[in-house]
Design a protein around this ligand. Sequence first.
Ligand code: BGC
Length: 701
Amino acid sequence: MLRYRRRALIALSILVLGAAVTGGVVAASQSSDEQALQPVPHAASPAVEARVNSLLAHMTLEEKLQQIQLLPDFLVTDEAVRKGLGSVLSVTDPARIRELQRLAVEESRLKIPLLFAFDTIHGFRTIFPIPLGVGASFDPKVASDDAIYGARESAAVGLKQTYAPMVDVSHEPRWGRIAEAAGEDPYLNAVMAAVRVKGIQGSDYSARDKLVSSPKHFAAYGQPENGRDYNTTDMSEQRLRNLYLPPFKAALDAGADTFMCGFNALNGVPACGNRYLLTDILKGEWGFDGFVESDWTAVAELRACPPKTPDSGECGHGVAADGPEAAALALNAGVDSEMTSTLIRDFGEELLAKGEISISRINDAVRRILRIKMRAGLFEHPYAPYTPDQAEAQMLLPDAVAAARRAASRSMVLLKNEGNVLPLDPAKRTAVIGPLAKNQHDLLGPWWGRGEDEDVVTVFDGIAEQSTAATTYAEGCKLSNMEVPLTDPEGCGSDAGFAHAVAVAQAADQVVLALGETREMSGEANSRSTLDLPGLQEKLIEAIAATGKPFVVVLFNGRPLALEDIVDDAPAILEAWFPGVQGGPAVADVVFGSVNPGGKLPASFPYRVGQVPIYYNHERTGRPCNKTFKWNSQHRDIPSCSPLFEFGFGLSYTTFSITNLRLSAASVPTHGSISASVDVENTGTKTGDEVVQLYLHDPVA
Ligand code: BGC
């Protein structure tokens, strides 16, 4: 067992202080995250095992290899389903799902149902804030709601698996996929992972509103060299186990029954060809009895690319010479289900004949897939619980929309509030300005599932709805839809609209400035080399500041940004992430003060990109950073040893004091636990809630 030498967040007690306790004292000792991490008893059942074995005994080799195959919407054919295809991803049309399932259970020889999968990452139709934002809530209930409603809407159309939660700890704000998990901390990610798995699966994922969850990307995908997506990862065993594996283990303990391996190489061995990760740790040490699917074409990517064809795709790692070698490497490493590429299916028979793979390993992979299909109840109930028409009526139901609004406001982090500019007064005239002010598309964030732009209530509409005085608007500049290859890498590249924006600000009493990134700048394959506000947005802030009107910058983005150049210009800054369908109303709730922001940063915001990676639980050095002395570990051109805004930072409209830390015992037995309690007092004048953060560090180990 490796000892923790880093500073570690070990408990986050979530306190919601209701109106009755404004100005009062509450004892904080019970933490909801403790409950979140309670393991779920495992589902292994002799009856299921007997059924799986009897079915397996009737399968031909071809049917077994088909079962291992997982095809996306545009590759799936009726013929493949009749031959016994295992799973399908990204078909979400309920009529098509029903028809494909009918083919499987009526026209394939053994009538094994298909498993339908989708990336329901932060909502299916009712889109919640991005998971990084949900991480900022530090509130397991927010992640749980996201998972529960996402599963309900997904299951309604006939899906039965989601490739979620994404639990990749990351210290890389340049990496676009930092948006998809809970940030830099293993403990926060573990808590959020566990509640999401429980929300998706419930206690029995055969239920009509539940799915089997697939935590991803196993493992260490969150640490790509220089932040470029898919890039190689290299780290010590100590870091792997201390920082990157804990959320996966928490997801498994919460009952997750499938896992996805990553695109990245870890210490030179690609994750989907990595026996140490998939077989030794996941299936061996941790006893996982579900199945591992590869990420998209990750099996084919094990191959070397043919010479002189740089764009050939589906190749690159070069740990296998050709398709058959890649198939053998992946299967032998522990991949049970191959997504999109078809190498195990195509070369399985040949590899078996040559002794490169074994029938027992094929049987093991198929057994794992059948086991999950049985636990999912697919043999009894292969079809969606609703007809296609009824399924549509399950989307965007009022309880889901209300939960999305609550989640969005719980996720917001107040970074600055000089002179208590916020909350603004809804009885005054408000100008809503900026490229994201009337924007629906970007507020959905990088995994919008089946969300539609029209589902989103804009910031302008949210503010206008709650204002009792006039609400006015100016776009200021346009953020371009920055698809790769970039044609306008800056976005907001012209200041032609600034004069109008300034005039609109001058005619109002107060300004909400909605700025940030486009959703295309975050998520998969969307890494950036800078962390600044794109284009001329900083200049827009300066222009509004020059009017002298009170204003708040509301930021919409999928990663920590470098705010050094704007922090002095803006009296108030509210980090709203990509907040989902209820972004506008939630911004208005916080800006006008009906909700007091309680979010905390789930990842450090550096001064500038050169400080990256910067995270709170780093290893010590022999010369710890100290700004009063030269010969130590520091950047000479950055005024602080810390990031601009640290992990765990977030202001409130009120203030709290946290006192009287007491422990239930003076020492902790091996494998034991003790409780810590504090008193939390709201010392301000407004109702609010506080996240109690406790960090431990073993100074000598
Ligand atoms: C992503 C996965 C996703 C899969 C299927 C891949 O490109 O890396 O996270 O689950 O596609 O959509």
